[in-house]
Design a protein around this ligand. Structure first.
Ligand code: NAP
Length: 318
């Protein structure tokens, strides 16, 4: 008979990996199915200065590697594949992956995080991967000594702009308002950087170019005037949305796709299925809060499994 894990964790960012550490330390068998490119948003982050325990900044991928190494040493199993289907109507629960592998578990923790949002204008699609990116760390080098734009006014936009300012000739931040959403320290650093330029109160109307991106048409939201900015690259940094399409019909999600939490902690609409990290949290979205939720979800799964065990023992006696 196929193995039934105590806990399957879907997602291998800080939430999933922390859940794995707490799960195995509670004596549970744990499988982490982390996606084909596991690690979450931290894999696209450079200096992490606000994760406790590191006197000097730690690189995002290094932090993930340390968490994964810790979970693995303690006994968690890993599979780097995407989950495509879940079945939560009956316990043990089952999941199926892209490569058609099936696994069962008595409890599941959803920790799939969120993905980058796109502007959704037609010309964006045309230049995706050919001038337009969501990851300065991955693609910034292609624009060495060139002029680029960053769209957005949050933490991600400031981080992207700061990273790119070291590689590119100029970085124009295009923001739809004249006030940034980003935390003060990032704002200050970006504003003190000479080759970062600011284009306020502006919406991106269209990306321009023949085969390669060569400019962007923007519209001032106050004056309604349009203008064109010559750029070689654009980085879209307008936030994230949860990656929960595969949960449809199995777990309650809200209108934006975030998993609905029952009872205020980590329980979901399916008893025995728990949730952790950005996939439930549109407010804090920090590596440390995701890790905290991961810990909570694993402890809740462990408590549930104690009940599961006594229920099945009681059922056998009858
Ligand atoms: P965010 O805080 O939601 O900011 C998104 C930005 O994009 C906002 O400035 C928003 O404008 C703009 N925007 C959204 N939709 C847009 C659209 N359709 N067109 C044009 N502009 C649009 O997202 P984030 O910067 O990715 O950050 C998400 C979370 O991760 C935050 O909680 C953040 O603190 C956290 N984070 C933390 C770090 C860190 O260093 N600790 C790094 C990255 C992210 P408005 O301001 O007008 O709404």
């Amino acid at each position: 008979m196929a193995k039934v894990y105590d806990i399957i964790i879907i997602g291998a960012g800080p939430a999933g990996l922390t859940a794995a550490i707490y799960g195995v330390r509670a004596g549970r068998s744990v499988l982490v199915v982390g996606g084909k490119t596991p690690g979450g948003q931290l894999m696209l982050t450079t200096d992490v200065e606000d994760y406790p325990g590191f006197v000097d900044a730690v690189q995002g991928p290094e932090l993930v590697q340390k968490m994964r190494g810790q979970a693995s040493r303690l006994g968690a199993e890993f599979l780097d594949d995407n989950v495509t289907t879940v079945y939560f109507k009956k316990s043990p629960f089952t999941i199926e992956t892209d490569e058609k592998k099936k696994f069962s578990a008595k409890s599941v923790i959803i920790a799939v995080g969120s993905a980058y949002k796109w502007l959704g204008i037609p010309s964006e699609l045309k230049f995706k991967g050919n001038g337009i990116s969501t990851c300065a760390v991955c693609d910034g080098y292609f624009f060495k000594n060139k002029d680029v734009a960053v769209i957005g006014g949050g933490d991600t936009a400031m981080r992207e702009a700061l990273f790119l300012s070291k590689i590119c000739k100029t970085v124009s931040v295009i923001h739809r308002r004249n006030v940034l959403r980003a935390q003060a320290v990032l704002q200050e650093r970006a504003k003190a950087t000479k080759n970062i330029k600011w284009i306020w109160n502006s919406d991106v109307q269209e990306f321009l170019g023949d085969k390669k991106l060569s400019g962007v048409k923007i519209k001032n939201t106050k004056t309604h005037q349009t203008s064109t900015l010559k750029i070689d690259g654009a980085f879209v940094a307008i936030g994230h949305e949860p990656s929960t399409g595969f949960l449809k019909g199995q777990l309650e999600t809200d209108s934006k796709g975030y998993v609905v939490v029952k009872g205020g902690y980590t329980e979901t609409s399916a008893p025995g299925v728990f949730v952790a990290g950005d996939v439930r949290d549109f407010r804090y979205q920090q590596a440390i809060t995701a890790a905290g939720f991961g810990c909570m979800a694993a402890m809740d799964a462990d408590s549930y499994l104690h009940g599961f065990r006594s229920q099945s023992v009681a059922a056998k006696k009858i």
